[in-house]
Design a protein around this ligand. Structure first.
Ligand code: FES
Length: 146
């Protein structure tokens, strides 16, 4: 029995167990939960309990972060993954399609930057108009020229 008197199911993890198993800080779990990326239940005493399957979601979040995906992109993918039931490979593969376009866009931009790097190192102008390093994202291009 746990301190709360509630039997701790083997399918549930405390926040400390979850953090240890996932290899991350407790505060990171709290953050993911506050952002709606993972969820927990509460014991009568108010202690968090995580379904063991939430570990897979945390692993996916960490992979996405290592790929440089934004919180919104991570959420968009995880929103496709059912919660509260067993999730299979097909579920994860279907959900990961959400990331494909974002990753392919990043890869294309990195390839362009790599191909320009030798020139830019010799140039050094970092022009906002013509240098791919000076304005890598060209974030305002859709608004037209000034
Ligand atoms: S630094 Fe001049 S074009 Fe990139």
């Amino acid at each position: 029995m746990s301190q709360s008197g509630r039997k701790n199911s083997s399918a549930e993890l405390t926040v400390g167990q979850m953090a240890a198993r996932a290899g991350i800080a407790v505060s990171a779990l709290h953050y993911y939960e506050a952002e709606g990326l993972i969820r927990s239940t509460r014991t009568p005493a108010g202690h968090r309990r995580y379904d063991r399957r939430e570990l897979h979601r945390v692993a996916v979040i960490r992979i996405a972060q290592s790929l440089g995906l934004s919180l919104a992109e991570i959420r968009a993918m995880l929103d496709q993954v059912p919660q509260g039931r067993a999730v299979g490979r097909a579920d994860w593969q279907a959900a990961s399609e959400v990331w494909r376009a974002a990753l392919e866009d990043r890869i294309a931009r990195l390839v362009r930057l790599r191909d320009q790097l030798d020139h830019c190192i010799g140039c050094g102008c970092l022009s906002l108009e013509s240098c791919p390093l000076g304005n890598a994202g060209d974030r305002l291009a859709s608004e037209g020229s000034v």
